[in-house]
Design a protein around this ligand. Structure first.
Ligand code: ASP
Length: 324
């Protein structure tokens, strides 16, 4: 009997010691889009600062693109809940439940909610050779080319899909959508002139807009942007698309059942990363704003996710968009 108690005690102490040392090997953040896009870029920048609060462990990025981010999210939902596999996903976590009849995970049950990271507007951009230089000219060009305009996105459920959907609905035109595994590869085709227009996060477009490599027609936030690369752009709301308002938010998740000690350490590291002056400066220059409110806490994150699901679901369903 005493021997059994001693063995159990030793096992508990060993588990405690292992967690006290967490993390003692590299952590992987799954980005559910291809490399070179905004989610990937934010994740790589964030990973470098996050590691400072995690015993300086290496934080690796694994790109699992496809199906608007839901393949990567499914991979993390099914991963070992040991604190070594995380997910960085954006607003798509909230739009995909309305878009997919059979999501391979339960958005509100299968994860630990580690906190939001930042918020960033999207921009409406076009290929460099597009013969339109402002929003009014773009609308005229689209009307003159009905049936021929290509709109790139990162798949059903991606932020670019949501923004493109609202854009087509507001203009009452249908465009041919070309899905990619992320707006990284979509951008390559847009720069090469193979696709015409796209919505993408400012964190991916600010530099290209500033250097004149893409045509830019507006920002998707209600408020005008102040970052130098974006300050000259009108809001889509102010140029005729009344009420157009899409803000992309990024957040961090772990598989459900990840030990509390790891969850707490990850949350503390996330909070510390969002106070890193250099990270803030780099992100703000690209139009992103750090989250500083109750959405940094697990319950605040989950409540916000529920509210976003309730907000976008009806609009998506009304547009009759589904995938199996
Ligand atoms: N910007 C993409 C989206 O439309 C995702 C990405 O490639 O980061 O959601």
């Amino acid at each position: 009997m005493i021997q059994r108690i001693l063995i159990a005690l030793a096992a508990t102490l060993a588990a405690g010691a292992a967690l006290a040392e967490y993390p003692d090997k590299p952590i992987t953040i799954v980005v559910p889009f291809a490399a070179g896009g905004p989610t990937d870029k934010v994740a790589r920048d964030f990973a470098e600062v996050l590691r400072k609060g995690l015993n300086n462990q290496t934080v690796l990025i694994e790109n699992v693109g496809g199906a608007g981010g839901t393949l990567g999210a499914a991979k993390v939902a099914k991963a070992a809940p040991d604190g070594y596999t995380l997910l960085l996903f954006h607003i798509g976590m909230a739009t995909s439940p309305a878009l997919y009849r059979n999501l391979p995970y339960k958005t509100l049950d299968d994860f630990e909610y580690l906190g939001l990271i930042n918020e960033v507007p999207m921009t409406l951009i076009g290929r460099p050779t597009l013969p339109a230089n402002n929003f009014a000219e773009l609308v005229k060009w689209i009307e003159a080319n009905k049936g021929k305009v290509n709109l790139a996105n990162a798949g059903l459920g991606a932020a670019s899909h949501l923004c493109g959907l609202l854009f087509q609905q507001s203009l009452k035109v249908d465009m041919t959508t070309i899905p990619y595994k992320g707006t990284g590869p979509a951008m390559t085709d847009l720069l090469g002139g193979q696709v015409d227009v796209m919505c993408d996060q400012a964190t991916n477009t600010a530099g290209l807009i500033e250097s004149g490599k893409v045509k830019a027609f507006g920002v998707t936030s209600l408020k005008p942007q102040t970052a130098p690369a974006l300050a000259k752009l009108p809001t889509l709301d102010s140029v005729g698309l009344k009420g157009f308002n899409v803000t992309v938010w990024n957040a961090l998740y772990a598989p459900k059942g990840t030990p509390k000690a790891a969850v707490d350490k990850l949350n503390a590291a996330l909070r510390a990363a969002l106070k890193d002056p250099e990270f803030i400066k780099r992100q703000e220059a690209l139009g992103a704003v750090m989250v500083t409110d109750g959405r940094l806490a697990s319950d605040g994150h989950k409540k916000f996710l529920e509210a976003e699901i309730a907000k976008w679901g009806p609009a998506i369903k009304a547009a009759g968009q589904y995938a199996d």
